[in-house]
Design a protein around this ligand. Structure first.
Ligand code: MN
Ligand code: MN
Length: 446
């Protein structure tokens, strides 16, 4: 019977905080909060959420031995401790008290991936085998030394690439015999539709070769299981090769007996415009590359957002990108993506994300440059800069369009009485809601 007593303390707190009438001086941007004062306020039915703050322990743990203690909860570690990893995941060791239930792991540092090292460079990858929730996209981080070639190959997965450093030359031929050859530079993108053959070569004009990020539109993709030119040729009878190419079988005396995957080579000494073979069918009508480094950036108070999807990079029908920067202390606002999961890659700085999975399941993850995150479709999240420097990351979607829903905008465009019935917000707070998505919020705005 004890439990049938209403939460009197919470109720008392509500009464003292009840709206006092239409005293709000609404700005031109604000909702018309004053029209709601005559409506009957909804009655609280449960206690209020805790007032406790749950600040990141990233900097605290950097200077002290990490301990799983937050407020009055937890206790020191007496057993063995992996201090380096605990410093990288302070919200695993001492989670915010708002975390609850269970959310599967959505963090993968490329530093934990096996690295395939070869003459010419290296490649390491992340797939559904590393992050079981990440079914829609997989990632690869690849380095090609100057001149080295990621060999001619194809795969039944579309490939989106972003140059992280240096420059590279890419080439391709489509199903109508139209070809493509181009150099691309840091921040620029490429996209090869599924099954279209391609190769990538490291150049030496801005660095010794290149490093790039690949995102594939299938979480099962493996960079070790692509269809490669050398692998195929090595597994065809030589008389068949002779017939196919209408030459003597001895023409193939020196083909490799197995897949090469990566090939050391010389940097091309002529421009792509000069070197490209002239196809009777011409070049591809939609370029396979896009100079995203020169694309417009939307500057907002807490940072910036640059969106590149099929509206500007037309060939990219299954991968869309937002490049986001967040100033120290700022956050990419609370939002979700209606139908698509987000594959997140951290380029600079320190961040934390709380992934809300419905049914009281919420879990907070910490990330740093080189780490991958993943947010399933419709899971609510924010991305907070918990470091002292600008944080920069990519939001990537298996989609032709970038789409998100802003919590702030959703509330601002809903009748205030409806919002008040849920959250007991004051007219003053209602007046601060933003009808235009803030996207990234900076310190000093609250
Ligand atoms: Mn490929
Ligand atoms: Mn997002």
């Amino acid at each position: 019977m004890l439990f049938t007593i209403p939460p009197l303390v919470a109720l008392a707190a509500y009464v003292s905080a009840a709206p006092t009438g239409s005293t709000t001086t609404a700005s031109s941007q604000a909702s018309s909060a004053s029209s709601t004062s005559s409506a009957a306020a909804a009655t609280p039915t449960v206690p209020y959420a805790s007032d406790d703050m749950n600040y990141s322990f990233w900097s605290k743990f950097a200077d002290t031995t990490p301990e799983p203690v937050r407020g009055t909860t937890g206790g020191s570690i007496l057993g063995p401790q992996n201090v380096a990893l605990e410093r990288q995941g302070p919200d695993f060791l001492a989670p915010p008290t708002t975390d609850s239930g269970s959310v599967e792991n959505v963090k993968w540092p490329f530093a934990l991936s096996h690295n395939r090292m070869q003459d010419g460079g290296w490649a390491r990858q992340q797939s559904v085998r590393d992050v079981p929730l990440a079914t829609a996209m997989a990632g690869v981080d690849m380095r090609l030394n100057a001149g080295a070639i990621r060999e001619m190959h194809w795969h039944l997965t579309a490939e989106w690439g972003c140059v992280l450093a240096g420059s590279c030359r890419i080439n391709s031929v489509d199903q109508l015999g139209r070809n493509y050859l181009a150099e691309i530079y840091p921040g620029d993108l490429w996209y090869f539709p599924e099954g279209i053959p391609h190769a990538i070569q490291g150049m030496n004009d801005t660095a010794d070769g290149c490093e790039f990020l690949l995102v594939l539109d299938n979480g099962n993709f493996s960079e070790d299981s692509t269809f490669t030119l050398t692998d195929w040729m090595a597994h065809i009878p030589k008389e068949v090769l002779a017939k196919n190419f209408r030459v003597n079988a001895s023409a193939f005396d020196h083909i490799p007996d197995r897949e090469l995957y990566m090939i050391p080579s010389a940097v091309p000494d002529v421009t792509s415009a000069k070197e490209n073979v002239v196809s009777p069918a011409g070049t591809v009508p939609l370029p396979f590359t896009f100079a995203a480094s020169k694309a417009p950036v939307q500057n907002v108070t807490g940072g910036s957002v640059k969106i590149v999807d099929s509206r500007t990079f037309e060939i990219a029908q299954t991968i869309a990108m937002a490049e986001v920067t967040v100033v120290p202390g700022g956050i990419r606002e609370l939002h979700w993506h209606p139908t698509q999961p987000e594959w997140t890659f951290f380029l600079e700085g320190i961040a934390r994300i709380t992934v809300f999975a419905s049914s009281a399941n919420a879990r907070t993850f910490d990330y740093q440059a080189g780490d991958i995150g993943y947010v399933p479709p419709s899971f609510g999240h924010y991305v907070e800069n918990t470091g002292n420097t600008t944080m920069k990351y990519l939001e990537i979607f298996n989609s032709n369009l970038y789409e998100d829903i802003s919590l702030n905008q959703w509330l601002a465009l809903t009748p205030p009485d409806m919002v008040k019935a849920h959250l007991q917000l004051s007219d003053e707070t209602i007046s601060q809601l933003q009808k235009v998505k803030p996207l990234v919020v900076g310190p000093g705005e609250w």
